[in-house]
Structures are given as structure tokens and as C-alpha cells.
Design a protein around this ligand. Structure first.
Ligand code: ZN
Length: 209
């Protein structure tokens, strides 16, 4: 170990006025990961339901993303996105792969990393995805919407999580807000603060087109 005496140390120390001036209002991890789920849901071609999932390990590293879509070699143009038809096998249901399932299946890393992972989902998982998440080792589910709450399948998913020791919680309502994501250079992420700003944005958007 190198010994530095007090005087040497003072010489190299960063002056107090140059430290600690960090940006304070950064988004939290939960927001960052739920944003990933919301954004990837935008890739879904399902006309009635767009769902996203983001799996994160215990060190806050993103392992995988998924959205509801078709089996990978099925041409989108020949896929039945309908919810109702004379035959169930002419609807989307037997074929569509849910966001959580896609996130699990897309993951190409070491399966051990999924042990203790958290999944951020825009919609509470169905029972089929719930058991797959359990089996993969996921220990926590954070969801935005639970719009099928109290349906039999939703209850089954919760029973499965409860018996298997998987925690589930709603994305903190205090963090539920509108953010503006810009894909223009040097703009990034910002929050809509007031209704005036929304008006201004709408106006700008309209004048741009
Ligand atoms: Zn599902």
C-alpha cells in the first residue's frame, strides 16, 4: 500500500466547490425499467393490445425485453390478429406469444441470471406467463395495469405467484406521470409539468405539420 502523508493528500484533494454538483432529479430504476417495457410495447402489431416486458437482474442490469408478437418465422401479413372467429384457431389467441414469454425466450444469456430477477410489465401476466416466470426463477413482478383483475385467469396467475413466493406490486402510483421522450438530438427525457406545457407542445406539434 502506498503511503501518502497529509500534505500530499491535501495537494491532490478535489476542492469542495468542485464536487457534489450532480443532477438531482434523475429518474429512478423502477421508472427507467418500466419505460423500457412501455417503449418496447410500441413494437407490437396487435391492434387491440400492446404489452411490453423488461426483465432485470438483481444488479439492475437489463437481461431481456419482449412484446406480444407472432412466432418468429410467421409472416406478420398472414397472421390473424382477430379476437373472435368461428373457430378459435382462426383467432390470435392460440398463436400470439405474450410479452413476458417473449422476454424469457429471447434471453440468450446464462439462465442462472434469471434467478431472483424482477420483471417490469405493462399488464399483469396471464396464468400461462406467470408459471413460466416462476419456473425461470423470477422473484418479483412490477406491473402498470391490472385491467383483467378478478377474472379467473388473473386470479390463477396470482394464486401461482402466491404459492411460489413471487412478489407482485403495482408500479408506484406516485411515479405514474407523463414523460416526453424525444428522439431529437440533445433533448432526451423531460416531464410535462403543467397543462400550459401540454398546450405548448400540442401547438408546436400542430405547427410542425
Ligand atoms: Zn401471458
Amino acid at each position: 500500500m502506498i503511503e501518502i502523508d497529509e500534505e500530499e493528500y491535501k495537494k491532490y484533494r478535489i476542492p469542495n466547490e468542485l464536487i457534489g454538483n450532480k443532477r438531482e432529479n434523475v429518474i429512478g430504476w423502477d421508472e427507467a425499467f418500466m419505460l423500457q417495457a412501455v417503449v418496447i410495447a410500441g413494437r407490437s402489431k396487435d391492434p387491440s393490445s400492446q404489452v411490453g416486458a423488461c426483465i432485470v437482474d438483481e444488479n439492475n442490469h437489463i437481461l431481456s425485453l419482449g412484446y406480444n408478437g407472432t412466432p418468429k418465422t410467421w409472416n406478420d401479413n398472414t397472421f390473424p390478429w382477430e379476437r373472435k372467429a368461428d373457430k378459435d384457431y382462426h383467432t390470435k389467441y392460440p398463436y400470439v406469444i405474450h410479452a413476458e414469454m417473449n422476454a424469457l425466450l429471447n434471453y440468450k444469456g446464462n439462465n442462472k441470471s434469471l434467478d431472483g430477477a424482477t420483471v417490469y410489465v405493462t399488464l399483469f401476466p396471464c396464468s400461462n406467463c406467470a408459471k413460466a416466470l416462476v419456473q425461470a426463477g423470477v422473484k418479483k413482478v412490477i406491473y402498470l395495469s391490472d385491467k383483467y383483475k378478478d377474472t379467473d385467469d388473473n386470479i390463477a396467475a396470482k394464486i401461482c405467484f402466491d404459492y411460489c413466493g413471487v412478489e407482485y406490486e403495482e408500479f408506484n402510483p406516485e411515479l405514474q406521470r407523463d414523460l416526453i421522450v424525444s428522439l431529437k438530438p440533445n433533448e432526451g427525457l423531460s416531464e410535462i409539468q403543467t397543462s400550459d406545457e401540454i398546450m405548448k407542445l400540442t401547438k408546436n406539434r400542430n405547427s410542425n405539420h
